[in-house]
Design a protein around this ligand. Structure first.
Ligand code: FAD
Length: 501
């Protein structure tokens, strides 16, 4: 190959159009980018909840936030509320954000909180988390630059809920405007080089042949190139993440949209509630080994807050990841690269991460295996660390009421995750790897929320007089509460800045 120029994206779901939009923005005129999608096959299009990193993706595209939220019927997300996960009747919020600074020393806030809580001088951890307090009161605003430096209101962490179909349409307009050529049709043949096995072209049913140097497989669960053609193989995570089916159904809104996703644990899985401007997304993610499809549908329909706008739509999946996301000249992005189930809304983030790493490692004039090796190692690390974070929610439960929860509670978890749990249980310590997605505060909130209560705290906490620690904790609680007082209701913020017409 003289110079990599022709890129073919197979698939026009969220993954395909995010890839197309990013490439069209970054690559410039020296590249030829084509995308194929088939209406006959359609898209999964369920992904409606995101994590804060998506803002960086939209910023890369220079998308106007208000226009984007309006165009996708979007709302804002401060975190996820977990109901009945620890035990029936228990709830907590995983609020986005970063650890509060350490005016008393080098330790993270939760270390001081642990000691004060043991002394009965501190409330639940959520009382000291801006996003949790705001979510509980239905408040939202984006970070304000006109408030004093150091105010938590200058740096509010948030993500979005949106209609994934509208997001793909929005990005399609963006990418086509910047020169991406779209082909509608079903691919019925994939040609490979006889010796190297590299993919050379794909053929559509109408006879159109698209040749390429690099193929990005965004064909969804089927993995048309990465698996059906190259037989790359799959690491199956079902023994840690046993849910393998979902039923999704939208409902009419019954009130103003909450600024958070809700996940309610059910007998054999969990149910999501994602508020958008025009409707609410709902779904039951469940393990077919523990509940029948009919029972799952009955559970979902019995637990909806508004009127169902159609019949539940079934989806099937196997949790896991591809053994290599980059194989020969094919890079799998999106569901073709793997799926960890939607509990922490991480799939769209993994798409984004795949795109940014592909851009970092983009070959110039040939496929040196070191590029693919680095890409595969990075993606494997990300998938596995997010997997462990999700497994944590299932493992650290006290529920004993169904066979599903008994299996989750007693399962053996990956050794690294077990090490994280043991270390935290000892004295609240957690070590974040710089390139992992979730921050310390996320792990800490979920571990505390799931009942992993440390036996002690860091010894240096004892260097600070108790009264000083209590004053510090109280002042954090008061400051954050005052910040929430200054935030408008979520609905009012949407009405003012980004209401869909
Ligand atoms: P798809 O949407 O399946 O798109 C595949 C594309 O490939 C389609 O355009 C199709 O036409 C095309 N195609 C396939 N075969 C051919 C062929 N032979 N010829 C031509 N075209 C072809 N993610 C989140 O981030 N947040 C969430 O809250 C979330 N919730 C989810 C809930 C569930 C139950 C599921 C299953 C997933 C969820 N996801 C979520 C994941 C999210 O839906 C996907 O990551 C996202 O939609 C990307 O899908 P995709 O583009 O990889 O695949």
């Amino acid at each position: 190959m003289e110079r990599l120029q022709r890129i073919v994206i197979v698939g026009g779901g969220t993954a395909g159009w995010m890839t197309a939009a990013a490439l069209s923005r970054v690559l410039g005129p020296g590249y030829d980018v084509a995308l194929v999608e088939s209406e006959q096959i359609g898209t999964v299009g369920v992904g409606e909840a995101t994590v804060p990193h998506i803002k960086a993706f939209n910023q890369l595209l220079r998308i106007d936030e208000a226009d984007f939220v309006r165009s996708t019927q979007g709302s804002f997300k401060l975190g996820i509320e977990f109901v009945d996960w620890l035990d029936l009747g228990e709830r907590y919020i995983h609020g986005f954000g970063s650890e509060i600074g350490h005016p008393l020393g080098l330790l993270p806030f939760h270390q001081y909180w642990l000691k004060a809580r043991r002394a009965g001088r501190a409330g639940p951890l959520g009382d000291y988390t801006l996003n949790t307090l705001a979510a509980q009161r239905g408040r939202f605003m984006v970070s304000a630059t006109d408030v004093p430096v150091g105010s938590p209101l200058r740096n509010i962490a948030y993500a979005y809920h949106f209609d994934a179909g509208l997001y793909a349409r929005y990005l399609r307009g963006y990418a086509e405007q910047r020169g991406v050529r779209r082909h509608e049709g079903l691919i019925d043949h994939v040609a490979q080089h006889s010796e190297s096995g590299f993919v050379t072209s794909v053929r559509l049913q109408d006879g159109t042949v698209l040749e390429g140097d690099l193929f990005v497989d965004c064909s969804g669960f089927r993995g048309l190139l990465i698996e059906q053609t190259l037989q790359t193989g799959y690491h199956d995570f079902t023994h840690w993440l046993p849910c393998d089916r979902a039923l999704a159904v939208p409902t009419a809104n019954v009130g103003p949209p909450a600024p958070f996703t809700r996940s309610t644990a059910r007998a054999a899985g969990w149910q999501w509630r994602i508020p958008l401007q025009h409707r609410t997304g709902n779904g039951y993610v469940y393990s077919s080994a523990h509940v029948s499809d009919d029972e799952a549908a009955a559970t979902l329909l019995a637990n909806l807050e508004g009127e169902a706008l159609g019949d539940p739509r079934p989806l099937r999946f196997t949790t896991g990841r591809r053994k290599q996301c980059w194989n020969r000249n094919v890079v799998a992005i999106g569901l073709s690269s793997g799926f960890l189930e939607p509990l922490e809304s991480t799939s769209i983030h993994l798409i984004q991460s795949g795109i940014s790493k592909l851009l970092e490692l983009l070959p110039r004039d040939g496929f040196n295996p070191v590029l693919a090796e680095r890409y595969n190692a990075q993606l494997a690390f990300e998938f596995d660390r997010i997997r462990d974070f999700i497994v944590l929610h299932y493992k650290a439960t006290r529920r004993d009421d169904t066979s599903f929860w008994r299996q989750c509670r007693t399962m053996e978890v990956p050794a690294e995750l077990q090490g994280v749990i043991d270390l935290f249980r000892d004295s609240g310590r957690f070590f974040r790897n710089a390139s992992e997605m979730f921050d310390t505060i996320s792990w800490v909130q979920v571990m505390i929320g799931q009942g992993i209560v440390p036996r002690g705290w860091h010894p240096l906490v004892d260097n600070v007089p108790d009264e000083e620690v209590h004053r510090f904790i109280d002042s954090i609680g008061r400051t954050l509460s005052a910040c929430v007082d200054a935030m408008p209701p979520h609905q009012a913020f949407i009405d003012r800045h980004c209401k869909a017409t």
